[in-house]
Design a protein around this ligand. Structure first.
Ligand code: ATP
Length: 319
């Protein structure tokens, strides 16, 4: 293995830059040439690449977003698009590719392996929706961003005696809402994995009010309902002023936490080691605090399940 390509794909996540830095620096340390592929698979299909050196990744470990930029590329999902990508890899003599992204991006990486290009996947997504790893790069930063926002919302909710619904990202996976609900002391957590009972949510709010609570907080994952509609129903049923806050894209930005930077650095270095060791079709991750690598195709078939212990604990503590 002499030349490696690296790309970021799908939704961006804080810590992707730290992962790019780790890939580039580890590869150069091992005397490999590295190309940064711009805008995910789009850059691979359309030959948008740049050679990376030590300075290309200087001063980025603390920066959110991705210096390689990211995109969603429909072309790469077609055989014709992938053929174009293969030609580009041949022209630039790229022997292996490291893909940083979510499950869709890793599905693309599996296709690269099937075309005979060794590829390794690094989990980069704020959603934490990949079952084979305990955490994905970006998740820790995102939950810290949300918890900081909750603290601010809590101040104003208490002053006015309001109920506040905070909608966070998570179409299919409620991890952001679950972890932030626990860390932020939410009364109720509404996530796609667990059916919610609106009357139980309202009963909790009224019980809290009756024992002198100044505000109530509900964490809602975007895939579990509509914050505005929920606010209207709660206001009607509890007679308490209820507001909805949709945090949106601020969850995807910001300087990565130390935890995300460390995870990204370790996973980036491991991905390079695997490629140089002749491995392909591996996804790197963290399990029980150890860096692991698993078959990427198999990893994508594992169904993500909710951490019920954490959910039950959050329910007990918000009684
Ligand atoms: P996020 O978790 O932030 O949504 P993701 O990596 O899951 O990130 P997707 O939009 O699902 O984001 O996928 C990113 C890109 O990966 C797609 O735009 C496409 O280029 C590539 N990709 C996804 N699925 C496939 C597939 N079946 N075959 C080839 N490429 C794919």
């Amino acid at each position: 293995m002499k030349t490696i390509g690296v790309l970021t794909s799908g939704g961006d996540a804080p810590g992707m830059n730290a992962a790019i830095r780790a890939v580039v620096r580890s590869a150069i340390y091992h005397e490999c040439k590295v190309y940064g592929i711009l805008r995910g698979y789009e850059g691979l299909v359309n030959a948008k690449l740049k050679e990376m050196n030590l300075s290309s990744v200087a001063d980025i470990i603390h920066r959110g977003g991705t210096i390689l930029q990211t995109a969603r590329c429909e072309d790469f999902k077609t055989e014709a698009g992938r053929k174009k990508a293969l030609n580009v890899l041949e022209v630039f003599n790229i022997d292996g590719v490291i893909v940083i992204g979510g499950d869709g991006s890793m599905t693309g990486a599996v296709k690269l392996n099937e075309m005979g290009i060794p590829a390794i996947g690094i989990p980069g997504t704020i959603d934490n929706d990949l079952a084979y790893t305990d955490y994905t790069i970006g998740f820790d930063t995102a939950i810290n961003t949300v918890v900081e926002a909750i603290s601010k919302i809590r101040d104003t909710s208490s002053s006015h005696g309001r109920v506040n619904i905070v909608e966070v990202m998570g179409r299919h996976c409620g991890d952001i809402a679950l972890y932030c609900g626990l860390a932020g002391g939410a009364e109720s957590i509404v996530i796609p994995e667990i059916p919610h009972n609106i009357d139980e949510i309202c009963r909790k709010i009224i019980r809290g009010k009756n024992r002198g609570k100044l505000h109530s907080l509900i964490l809602l994952a975007e895939g579990a309902g509509n914050a505005m509609e929920l606010a209207k129903i709660i206001e009607e049923k509890t007679s308490m002023e209820t507001r909805a806050t949709i945090l949106g894209h601020i969850q995807r930005g910001g300087s990565p936490t130390a935890t995300d930077r460390i995870l990204a650095s370790k996973l980036g270095a491991r991905a390079v080691e695997l490629l140089l060791g002749g491995k392909s079709n591996r996804a790197v991750g963290i399990k029980c605090n150890a860096i692991v690598d698993v078959d990427m195709k198999e990893a994508l078939t594992i169904e993500k399940t909710l951490d019920m212990d954490t959910y039950n604990l959050a329910s007990i503590l918000s009684i």
